[in-house]
Design a protein around this ligand. Structure first.
Ligand code: CP
Length: 320
């Protein structure tokens, strides 16, 4: 595996899930694989879980790790070609990428959607430049339209907790005060569509996700109907993806608190587990009662971020 940006990169999910369990049994099993190899983690945006779990994963594999927060201590980067650089940006990404690549063997990039241009975000303009110009294996630590390390950890968590062979899994939009990218719901859909689950997406009208991620999934606008029989509820906010109206891309179209997942919502389900990638705004996305219930999986999901990252880094190391 030379890059990791979506579910297709990981190949057979059964094999990947078995590898995750192998690593969970002994997370240092491959600690000689990364000897004298360096993993560079580049953050254009904030992070708690990705920052810690990916460093831990790299160390599980015996790698050295360098973490760069681009906006704290590095030169401010220009990302557009052709710009006259007479402003506050001192260095161009086109020099910075090959320079950074000199110091490492594998590169992880976190670069969120900017909501300035749907096309730029949905072509993954920043991540693709790292893939094109670094000459190194690159993996996404959440890019503009995807968060595959999170989705892989979510799938591991579902596999560990499912009570039936093919559980019903519901991705539900929930309200949030700010505009959030679609990376997490896009990737969750991307992975659930390949997994052995009955997958349903529910959201208010206008929040339709990009068809390349929805694919054959059922979309149900009635949240109550969607929740019926569900064994897993995955809540997430996202701003308007601009599918039906491109002019609305990145806008907050609704803050309808009737979509907040509370105990009444969970009573519509088949005693479902609650999932969220974190960080989460309590009593906007989910009520205190639901996130604190024994059926809440938010902490196991976060723990599985170390496992998904270890599998991915192992695969990338094997490609060197
Ligand atoms: N879920 C997740 O990616 O968390 P961070 O933004 O804290 O890394």
């Amino acid at each position: 595996m030379k890059t990791f940006t979506n579910v297709m990169d990981i190949g057979d999910l059964k094999v990947a899930l078995a590898e995750a369990q192998e690593i969970k049994q002994d997370r240092y099993k491959y600690e000689s694989l990364g000897k004298h190899k360096t993993c560079l983690l580049i953050f254009f945006n904030n992070s708690l879980r990705t920052r810690l779990s990916t460093q831990k994963a790299a160390r599980n594999l015996g790698m050295d790790v360098i973490v760069l927060d681009v906006n704290q201590g590095a030169w401010k980067l220009e990302t557009e070609r052709g710009v006259i650089m007479d402003g506050d940006k001192s260095e161009h990404l086109l020099e910075a990428i090959p320079v950074m690549a000199n110091y490492c063997d594998i590169i992880g990039v976190r670069s969120f959607a900017r909501f300035e241009s749907r096309e730029d975000d949905y072509t993954e303009k920043i991540l693709m430049q790292f893939i094109k110009y670094s000459g190194k294996p690159v993996f996404s630590m959440e890019a503009a339209t995807g968060h595959p390390l999170q989705a892989f950890a979510d799938l591991i968590t579902i596999e560990e907790h499912k009570r039936t062979e093919r559980p019903k899994v519901v991705l539900t939009w929930a309200p949030h005060p700010k505009a959030l990218p679609q990376a997490v719901p896009n990737s969750f859909a991307d992975w659930m569509n390949e997994a052995n689950v009955d997958f349903v997406i529910t959201h208010p009208e206008g929040y339709e996700l990009d068809p390349k991620f929805v694919r054959g999934a059922k979309v149900e606008y009635d949240q109550k109907k969607a929740f019926e029989g569900a064994e897993f509820i995955y809540a997430k906010n996202w701003a308007c993806p601009g599918v039906t109206n491109p002019a609305d891309y990145g806008k907050v179209l609704s803050k309808d608190m009737s979509w907040t997942v509370d105990t009444e919502h969970m009573s519509w389900t088949n005693n479902a587990f609650f999932m969220h990638c974190l960080p989460v705004r309590r009593n906007m996305i989910v009520s205190d009662d639901v996130i604190e219930a024994p059926t809440s999986l938010v902490i196991p999901e976060a723990a599985n971020r170390e496992i998904s990252a270890t599998v991915v880094l192992k695969r990338l190391l094997e490609s060197l």
